[in-house]
Design a protein around this ligand. Sequence first.
Ligand SMILES: *[C@@H]1O[C@H](CO)[C@@H](O)[C@H](O)[C@H]1NC(C)=O
Ligand SMILES: *[C@@H]1O[C@H](CO)[C@@H](O)[C@H](O)[C@H]1NC(C)=O
Ligand SMILES: *[C@@H]1O[C@H](CO)[C@@H](O)[C@H](O)[C@H]1NC(C)=O
Ligand SMILES: *[C@@H]1O[C@H](CO)[C@@H](O)[C@H](O)[C@H]1NC(C)=O
Ligand SMILES: *[C@@H]1O[C@H](CO)[C@@H](O)[C@H](O)[C@H]1NC(C)=O
Ligand SMILES: *[C@@H]1O[C@H](CO)[C@@H](O)[C@H](O)[C@H]1NC(C)=O
Length: 522
Amino acid sequence: MAKLLRKIVVLLMFRLDWRKLIFICAILTIVSVLIQISRLPYPLTELIFPPPISLSSYKSFNSTIYLSKQIQSNNKDGSPMVFLDSSRQVNQSIVTFMKKENESGQRRRRNNLTSINMVAPSSHPSVRNLPSRIERYLRSLTPDEALAFIKRDIENAPLVSDDDPELYAPLFRNISTFKRSYEWMERILKVYIYGEGERPIFHQPELKGIYASEGWFMKLMEENKQFVTKDPDKAHLFYLPYSARQLQKALYVRNSHNMKPLSIFLRDYVNMLAAKYPFWNRTHGFDHFLVACHDWGPYTLTEHEELTKNTIKALCNADVSQWIFNGEKDVSLPETFIKHPRNPRKYLGGRRVSQRPILAFFAGNNHGRVRPTLLKYWGDDKDKDMRIYGPLPTRVSRVISYRGHMKSSKYCICPMGFEVNSPRIVEAIYYECVPVIIADNFVPPLNDVLSWSAFSVIVAEKDVPKLKEILLAIPLRRYIVMQSNVKRLQKHFMWNVKPIRYDMFHMILHSIWSSRVNHIQS
Ligand SMILES: *[C@@H]1O[C@H](CO)[C@@H](O)[C@H](O)[C@H]1NC(C)=O
Ligand SMILES: *[C@@H]1O[C@H](CO)[C@@H](O)[C@H](O)[C@H]1NC(C)=O
Ligand SMILES: *[C@@H]1O[C@H](CO)[C@@H](O)[C@H](O)[C@H]1NC(C)=O
Ligand SMILES: *[C@@H]1O[C@H](CO)[C@@H](O)[C@H](O)[C@H]1NC(C)=O
Ligand SMILES: *[C@@H]1O[C@H](CO)[C@@H](O)[C@H](O)[C@H]1NC(C)=O
Ligand SMILES: *[C@@H]1O[C@H](CO)[C@@H](O)[C@H](O)[C@H]1NC(C)=O
């Protein structure tokens, strides 16, 4: 025993390199300090926003007192905290505050003042370069808590200067909130995709034709690495990956005029998911979404009340008069007619304003409630400025093709068909022609973020007889601005085989995300 002790002493005294030891100790100390800091419940405010003094600190203190009162009273009856009432910041802070407080009781006194500031940040670090501490803090929250935090941050979005190279402010309703919301999406959003459901109705994207939007979205969503999560507990959104077009092809009995089998099928699918997982019942579908471009998209939901009312629906048939599409919550999905899936950009572009001799152009089948009137007043070459046809006659298309007409017209008329939506709107954008939308009750694509009056003309159905008058009344200067806005809008309506920032895929996903954020509490 003594021998062993002596050996150790010798080792310590003579063999050990003390300088190394001190170095190691120093490193260990620094690491442990860093770990301590990272475990602070409000690292963000402590380190980024210094606790406010003067007036604002008085305010905070006032609400702190209020907070503690609330906590006490809420604890008395032992009920769980009120869950994320989005319109009330104070209640919100209580939830966060309580949670953190419970995790680290002894730090409470030090941090209760700053917590409020943190939940409603007063300064705006860029979302794209968030300090990693903020990010870690957000990741420590449940998905709903994180969304509530983000919602408040977006409401206080910093004003964006007009010279953002990637975004052109006049195209947007509010460029500041859009940009902030978009960047948060990039930073945070996680989507869980249900694996259930057999091909071809599920998981089989169709990239061609007039319903291509639902297919492109499905394809790009399912192969996405950034947003998709396999862990449903991390998800902010749950995607029901079906195609309304495939549903129609598989289950609709020709000439039966009966959509019921389609909606029964969807009802059963949702009920199966609700029985198998806790996610649907937890929110009654409020955090679930679907993307359906086929005209019947809305009608095939009606057998399931929660699916109809609660789910976030991205629909081409965005008709508010049917009481299925909800203009406050749902997303108007752009209908894109894709002929060349390998190269959706083929033929993009059009002539300069000075080389657009035709005032207005339309060609298409004569169905629905608007087109017969349109043809009655403006068809049959009644007016040489108004090139309004049924299906484009060969005598005309031999000289200028359908596409050629769009590329050399000032205005492209987009009347509704059987339903309010029309692929012509996006076609017009591709060919740099200002779209003229004629469909009452139609919510134009991505209307939640885009400012349609900046690049389109919306004409009421009853005003079809005055169409030419309305178009001629638009001053050339204003037309030139609209047409140049159409060109700047193109990139937001483009499908890319590999999605890029602010393209069609991201714009649709953003509107779905934005709906989720805005309705974080029900
Ligand atoms: C502090 O709270 C009291 C009572 O709740 C309220 O009347 C007062 O306006 C508050 N003051 C501030 C600065 O918020
Ligand atoms: C907090 O939420 C409760 C329950 O929803 C509500 O009664 C109370 O008025 C809210 N308090 C504030 C300050 O919004
Ligand atoms: C605090 O945590 C304990 C266990 O860690 C839990 O039983 C209790 O309900 C929590 N209280 C609140 C108010 O969250
Ligand atoms: C923290 O809250 C308690 C009441 O819960 C209060 O007495 C205390 O003064 C607060 N601390 C600070 C620094 O404001
Ligand atoms: C955009 O939203 C921000 C944040 O809510 C607001 O401060 C700003 O006034 C809005 N801008 C416009 C043009 O509405
Ligand atoms: C969800 O609710 C439905 C209907 O109330 C029920 O049949 C189903 O079993 C529930 N799912 C789970 C996972 O509890």
